[in-house]
Design a protein around this ligand. Structure first.
Ligand SMILES: [Zn+2]
Length: 351
């Protein structure tokens, strides 16, 4: 089969497109013929090099497609079924899995990071990670939401327990998780404040439902937050940026507020002011991916049309490097998708 892969860590130049052995499904596993995959920042971290990534590796966490073959013991799925992929892999036996907290699994892994992923014509994964695609979604929409929306869902609802009427600050609203968090917070009925870096992105973030968009390149974010909240601060901060935003998060949250983190795109070791944390009774909450129950709930909300995954641009799988470049230059708004060259699709002229 054709796939995107890398043999060593590095920049865009280490990405290759070519032949890779077609994977065989083992017991409890299913082979999916990929119809669409989505790029995430995770794919960039994995390619650049984070611990535990085996080499060579096929990247790609998000994907959708058609069941191609089922391994022994798989029930309830047939070749030809339209499925989307939940990319969090868990053993289903540890104490956390038994308690329904799959993303806390002691053997938790992510597709395309620890095992070969979706930037290929076929991917193999456990049957329990496949879900029927809701009728209203195309393959491309179905591939666009699982990773970032489940991450945002657990942060905003599962961990921060955001309530209607509360205020929330979301950093870096152009990012995938942050964008999803804005939509989910609006669905909850919260007042959303967001930060971004350009006037063009600010207009789109406002359209997505943010009441106030702060250009962090021009304004002091925590001061703007104190002004709009009458010095009180926000109930919840969603921070996936790390080094560059952490102190702002601590200064923007209200007494008794919650800061929830799922990542550190600008670095994992920010300055921290402990006095702000204890004096203001701040809760710091960690979050990774989501539980099976949370994912099913999210899927039903997306299936009902209340959350609509935003697609930025679609590339052929052989052009994956272009998609990576677009994300790394911060030009996207919404998800970048990859479609195997063998899948028939109407492409705009010139693409
Ligand atoms: Zn487990």
């Amino acid at each position: 089969m054709k796939s995107v892969f890398f043999r060593k860590h590095g920049g865009i130049e280490v990405l290759e497109y070519g032949d890779w052995p077609t994977p065989e499904p083992g017991p409890g596993q299913v082979r999916v013929a990929i119809r669409a995959a989505a790029l995430n920042h995770l794919d960039i971290f994995v390619r650049n090099g984070i611990p535990d990534v085996p080499l060579p590796q096929v990247p790609g966490a998000d994907g959708s497609g058609v069941v191609d073959a089922c391994g022994p013991g798989v029930e309830g799925l047939q070749p030809g079924d339209r499925v989307l992929i939940q990319p969090g892999l868990y053993d289903n036996t540890c104490e956390f899995c038994r308690a329904g907290e799959q993303s806390v699994c002691v053997k938790f892994q992510i597709l395309g990071e620890h095992v070969p992923g979706t930037f290929a014509e076929f991917a193999v994964l456990p049957a329990r990670n496949l879900f029927p695609i809701p009728e209203r979604l195309s393959f491309e929409q179905a591939a666009a939401f699982p990773l970032v929306y489940q991450t945002a869902w657990r942060m905003v609802i599962g961990r921060a327990a955001l309530k209607p009427g509360e205020t929330i600050l979301i950093h870096g609203a152009g990012g995938g998780v942050a964008g999803a968090a804005i939509e989910i917070a609006r669905l909850v009925g919260a007042r959303v404040f967001a930060t971004t870096s350009s006037a063009e992105k600010a207009a789109r973030v406002r359209e997505a439902g943010a009441e106030l968009v702060i250009d962090y390149t021009k304004e002091d974010v925590s001061r703007a937050i104190r002004t709009v909240t009458n010095k009180r601060g926000v109930d919840v901060v969603v921070d996936s940026i790390g080094d560059k935003t952490w102190m702002t998060s601590l200064r923007s949250v209200a007494k008794g507020g919650r800061i929830v983190t799922c990542g550190a795109t600008s670095g994992p070791n920010p300055k921290e002011e402990l006095r702000l944390i204890f004096w203001n009774h701040i809760s710091i909450l960690g979050s990774t991916m989501a539980s099976d129950k949370e994912f099913r709930l999210l899927l039903s909300v997306v299936g009902s049309g209340k959350l609509v995954p935003r697609i930025d641009k679609v590339f052929r799988l052989s052009q994956a490097a272009e998609g990576y470049r677009r994300i790394e230059e911060g030009r996207q708004f919404g998800k970048i998708l990859l479609v195997p060259d063998s899948v028939e699709r109407r492409w705009p002229d010139g693409d």
